[in-house]
Design a protein around this ligand. Structure first.
Ligand code: PMP
Length: 361
């Protein structure tokens, strides 16, 4: 078997043990004579997977009793609309920290449904940094404050979450959930498409404060209402059973690696290796992101010319590394080094970067 060093931004590399477990269990799962994707979502075997995944998520995040884990479909993009539909009261508005791309899309959806107000933005700096708390202009009557913890495209990441007083805090954590321990109970709503740090695409993890759901709007279509999914533990309709099974496998792997403390040590070491190479070759590799806002999940950099960037990506592919091209909206190079990317993969890339700089610098 030959596995590629996969630096795609999402869907992204998954832990090998989680894949191997699926491979072994696929044709005859739990002695049912069928695979998990062929069994009823009302079966007791599936129940164990469903609640197992929910409980593991709650355990890894240290959730209190007022927080619930849900599995919803439609991607994080559907959450951009669900949050305002459910939680902005008629005539109200929500505050947003605009860090580009994904938060900009979330603001657009809020404005379709109600009002999305920008409370802080780094747009004048090309979204190359996370706004500081001192720059916030919060509306005390906002329904919530929304932030995107990691901008997958720009390579920026919140290293500290802001204090927003009593206003509910909402986080799109699609590209960095579970990367390190944090106080998830401070958030009233967290959502994350699974396809970066938690599993395959097709399921979105939602962590929500139950007492906040009670205050949600009622005139929301059934499938777009958090009340529906909460009341039925995400079994109101058929959930994406295979995706949730894979999430369960990945979460067990995270737990075996020392949980979020283990993940943080692994991830900081990996990020430091790549940012370290940029320091070694400051005239060749340049990270556009200010140092305090750099992401440990999506590391971005530029080379002296677009021709050299194309050559870097092509030679990287020949060497066995895929996904090193930056997002089409920003260009440059990007390495997505989520939880499942092993340190060896990052070392392999770092060595390649050094060789490439020496040969082309
Ligand atoms: N938010 C962030 C931070 C993302 O990176 C992405 C996808 N790359 C999305 C939202 C949209 O997610 P989905 O494709 O699951 O709708």
């Amino acid at each position: 078997m030959s596995r590629s060093w996969n630096f795609y931004a999402g869907p992204a590399t998954l832990p090998l043990p989680a894949l191997e477990r699926a491979k072994a269990e696929l044709p005859d799962w739990e002695n049912t004579g069928m695979s998990v994707m062929e069994t009823s979502h009302r079966s007791k075997e599936y129940d164990a997977v469903h609640y197992g995944a929910m409980n593991l998520m709650a355990e890894l995040l240290g959730l209190d009793d007022d927080h619930q884990v849900l599995f919803i479909q439609g991607g994080a993009s559907t959450q951009f609309a669900m949050a305002p539909m459910n939680f902005i009261p008629p005539g109200g508005s929500a505050d947003f920290v605009d860090t580009g791309t994904w938060s900009t899309k979330a603001i657009k959806e809020a404005n379709i449904i109600a009002k999305g107000r920008v409370a802080a933005t780094s747009e004048p700096d090309g979204f190359t940094r996370i706004p500081k708390q001192s720059e916030y202009d919060l509306d005390p009557s906002a329904a919530y404050v929304h932030l995107t913890s990691n901008n997958t495209i720009k390579g920026t990441q919140f290293h500290e979450f802001p204090d927003v007083g009593d206003t509910p805090l909402v986080g799109d954590m699609s590209s960095d959930i579970l990367w390190r321990p944090f106080d998830a109970n401070r958030f009233s709503l967290i959502y994350a498409g699974a396809q970066k740090n938690i599993g395959p695409s097709g399921v979105t993890i939602v962590i929500i404060r139950k007492s906040w759901i009670e205050t949600a709007n009622d005139n929301v279509p059934t499938m777009l209402s958090y009340k529906t999914h909460s009341a039925k533990d995400s079994l109101y309709n058929t959930p994406p059973t295979f995706a949730i099974y894979m999430v369960r496998n990945v979460l067990e792997w995270v737990k075996e690696q020392g949980g979020l403390v283990g993940m943080e040590a692994r991830n900081r070491a990996k990020g430091d290796v790549l940012y370290g190479v940029m320091t070694e070759f400051p005239d060749f590799y340049k990270c556009p992101v200010e140092p305090e806002s750099r992401s440990y999940m999506n590391v971005v950099w530029r080379l002296p010319s677009e021709e050299l960037e194309a050559k870097f990506v092509a030679e990287g592919l020949d060497a066995g590394m895929c996904g090193l091209k930056g997002h089409r909206s920003v260009g440059g190079c990007r390495a997505s080094i989520y939880n499942a990317m092993p340190a060896e993969g990052v070392e392999f890339l770092a060595e390649f970067m050094r060789r490439f700089a020496r040969a082309n610098g």
